[in-house]
Design a protein around this ligand. Sequence first.
Ligand SMILES: Cc1cc2nc3c(=O)[nH]c(=O)nc-3n(C[C@H](O)[C@H](O)[C@H](O)COP(=O)(O)O)c2cc1C
Length: 176
Amino acid sequence: MEFLNLVKLRQSSRAYEEKAVEREKIELVLEAGRLSPSANNAQSWTFVVANDTEIKNRVADAAYKMGGAFVRQAPVVIALVAEKPLLISRLGAALKKIDFTSLDMGIAAAHICLQAAETGLGTCMLESFDEKKVKTALNIPDNRRIALLITLGYPADKQREKKRKAFDELVRWNRY
Ligand SMILES: Cc1cc2nc3c(=O)[nH]c(=O)nc-3n(C[C@H](O)[C@H](O)[C@H](O)COP(=O)(O)O)c2cc1C
């Protein structure tokens, strides 16, 4: 698919068909995350896949009250867990006051969501959830941070027009 068409196709899916996602498709989507770039190639992440219905529903319950009722419909939820950054990343982050791990996670999430769209799957990134509950559901150690959840499944919502700022409002040439 032409890349820009893929970008247009990807949207936050908040309704899913009652249909399991094939293991190979989940792996394909995660492969895109694995290959995504990160500062200093730190790859400070673990992708925890909840595809067992009972476990996934426990994760969904942790997002339910925060506008995530639709998470229950998704057959798969992926937790992007931030691992301890490399020393060089931590030093760089301290100097530049930039959290590279969050940037890296966002890039990995974008790769995952775009590959999913290319595979005919819908996704929604989620930052609103009860982190403690998700950690308990997925046996994630207390000293780790869950950067994002991503729902994954066959989408049941219609394709929407993108609501975005105008090109000229966002792009400046040669000076701010
Ligand atoms: C980092 C991040 C966190 C998000 N968290 C949530 C969330 O908690 N709940 C939700 O319904 N959507 C969430 N979204 C989806 C955004 O609302 C959505 O991407 C935005 O409105 C643009 O719509 P689109 O994804 O359909 O193009 C999140 C998106 C990003 C990138």
